[in-house]
Design a binder for this molecule. Structure first.
Ligand code: NDP
Length: 244
């Protein structure tokens, strides 16, 4: 049985994170809804959660800033001394595509930091309690790009490939304490992040013939978070319409 029902989702104000927040709220979790700057979008997600009969709390911080992460989580803990966050979805991510030859140092570091430092800061902050309570779920949103590589995305592929490797190592560290760690590798999902892409051309390359929906990723998160997925850990599950 799940001993606590608090789920922290990074980057939950839009896109895939938003859909995950709504899905997990419907599953009965109280959602700790993280975002970076877009407060109005985050508030709209919280309203949607409440309209659906669920509840949540806004928890803004920049995942790349270790002090901001610690402070937000410590404050929440002080207000909830008898609870713990048993489910973490490391979803916050950005892309700044360029050919490596032209890539700025800033675009390299920002993309890697959001995915890898973000994973490190938030996971480290929550892991100990999951181990002590002997139940936890960590789900990392990686990408097809981190498995097979994409031209123009050397930074993003490196970040997501690193996240996949970190998923596998951490899964081995914590499996005995009933904490599972898995990664999801979406292909093309219709969100703000892919709104600049030529969907008509790209979908011809996808066996399923379409982009995926954020809700489809959210259902996979819901399953991995459940007790039914207790024996799945260290895995990377693709959700890409057959593209990989
Ligand atoms: P969106 O661009 O639609 O949303 C990104 C979210 O991340 C926003 O909520 C944003 O917050 C948040 N965010 C960005 N940087 C930070 C930060 N430093 N700290 C906290 N929050 C941050 O992206 P998607 O929903 O498309 O993508 C979600 C995840 O899925 C990403 O990791 C992405 O790499 C991955 N993915 C997406 C695919 C796709 O096709 N869409 C395919 C494969 C993987 P705010 O609103 O405040 O800016």
């Amino acid at each position: 049985m799940t001993t606590s029902r608090y789920a922290l989702i990074t980057g939950a104000s839009r896109g895939i994170g938003r859909a995950i927040a709504l899905r997990l709220a419907a599953d009965g979790y109280h959602i700790l809804l993280n975002y970076q700057t877009n407060r109005s979008a985050a508030e709209a997600v919280l309203n949607d959660i409440r309209t659906g009969g669920g509840d949540g709390t806004l928890l803004p911080f920049d995942v790349t800033d270790p002090e901001a992460v610690e402070q937000a989580i410590d404050t929440w803990r002080q207000q909830h001394p008898d609870s713990y966050i048993s489910l973490l979805v490391n979803n916050a991510g950005i892309r700044h595509d360029d050919l490596l030859m032209w890539m700025s140092g800033d675009n390299w570091h920002r993309v890697l930091s959001t995915t890898l430092d973000g994973f490190f800061h938030v996971t480290r902050a929550l892991l100990q309690e999951m181990l002590v309570r002997k139940w936890g779920r960590i789900i990392n949103i990686a990408s097809l790009s981190g498995l097979s590589g994409m031209p123009g995305q050397t930074n993003y592929s490196a970040a997501k490939g690193g996240l996949i490797a970190a998923t596998k190592s951490l899964a081995r560290e914590v499996a005995r304490k009933h904490v599972t760690v898995n990664a999801i590798a979406p292909g093309f999902i219709r969100t703000d992040m892919t709104s600049d892409l030529d969907e008509t051309t790209l979908k011809k390359t996808i066996p399923a013939g379409r982009f995926g929906e954020a809700e489809e990723v959210a259902h996979l998160v819901s399953f991995l978070a459940s007790d039914h997925a207790s024996y799945i850990t260290g895995e990377v599950i693709s959700i890409d319409g057959g593209l990989s």
